[in-house]
Write a protein that binds this ligand. Structure first.
Ligand SMILES: [Zn+2]
Ligand SMILES: [Zn+2]
Length: 258
């Protein structure tokens, strides 16, 4: 899907924008944009105008880019939801291919449990339930219920970079399922594995060694325990009771950590 790749590209560009600004500031400084001498190569006013343009026009271009990509995404979603209904009105027409995919999850609570980015918790081997309608046996075409997974590892890996604190899971989906433009939505899910981040999720620099949990304050006075995979230094202030080794976490979640 073109719009997904475009969104990734745009976000990568936004990440390097601060570096470009610092580079530009350095260049303007070297060219004398901040000095009061009059014998400059390029007039000071021209340099300052260039800076102003860069600081205002480029963010505007980013905003326009996001609006454009958002609109393209909505169009694709609309088209695919139409084709969903058209293709899969009867449960016997559902795709029969094996649905192996990837998804993001947080680890929250005590004892730790896999938690979707929307806040629903699930076990390593689970059947979906619908939070909107108790009569639904997920997935229901007109509803959003069911377990979701990306088909594409690259896309899941990219989403991981924009959702700090989350972990990458490899999953198999079974039972009644739908295919949508980014992946699958199905009734049953088995988590095949959790990929441990190479670097500490706190300092993002040192190699991570151990799971630790901290108490988080959310909106509406909600609080929860969130688990992170951290380096020795960033986990040193945690009590022993708030730490789990990789082997211990594997046992509690019943998920292989690789
Ligand atoms: Zn539902
Ligand atoms: Zn660290």
């Amino acid at each position: 899907m073109g719009y997904i790749q475009n969104r990734m590209r745009l976000i990568r560009l936004i990440r390097i924008y601060p570096l470009v600004v610092i580079g530009l500031l350095a260049l303007v400084y070297l060219l004398g944009g901040f000095s009061d001498q009059s014998d400059q190569l390029i007039p000071k006013s021209a340099l300052i105008t260039l800076l102003y343009i860069f600081a205002s026009v480029v963010p505007l271009l980013f905003i326009i880019g996001f609006i454009y990509i958002g609109a393209a995404g909505n169009k694709v979603a609309k088209a695919s939801s139409k084709s969903d209904k058209f293709n899969y009105q009867s449960p016997f027409d559902l795709p029969s291919e094996q649905m192996s995919g990837y998804k993001l999850a947080l680890i929250t609570g005590r004892p730790p449990i896999l938690t979707g980015l929307t806040g629903d918790t699930y076990l390593a081997d689970a059947s979906a339930s619908c939070s909107k309608d108790v009569n639904h046996v997920p997935p229901v075409a007109e509803c959003e219920c069911g377990f979701y997974a990306y088909r594409d590892l690259d896309e899941a890996t990219f989403e991981l970079t924009v959702n700090p604190g989350s972990f990458l899971l490899a999953v198999d989906l079974y039972g009644v399922g739908f295919k949508y433009d980014r992946g699958y939505r199905a009734e049953n899910q088995v988590v095949r594995g959790l990929k441990k981040p190479g670097r500490c999720q706190h300092c993002r620099t040192l190699p991570a060694k151990v799971f630790v949990t901290s108490y988080r304050m959310g909106y509406d006075n909600t609080t929860w325990w969130q688990w992170q995979f951290r380096c020795t230094l960033c986990s040193s202030s945690h009590k022993a009771a708030d730490k789990l080794s990789i082997a211990q976490m594997e046992k509690v979640l019943s998920v292989k950590i690789t």
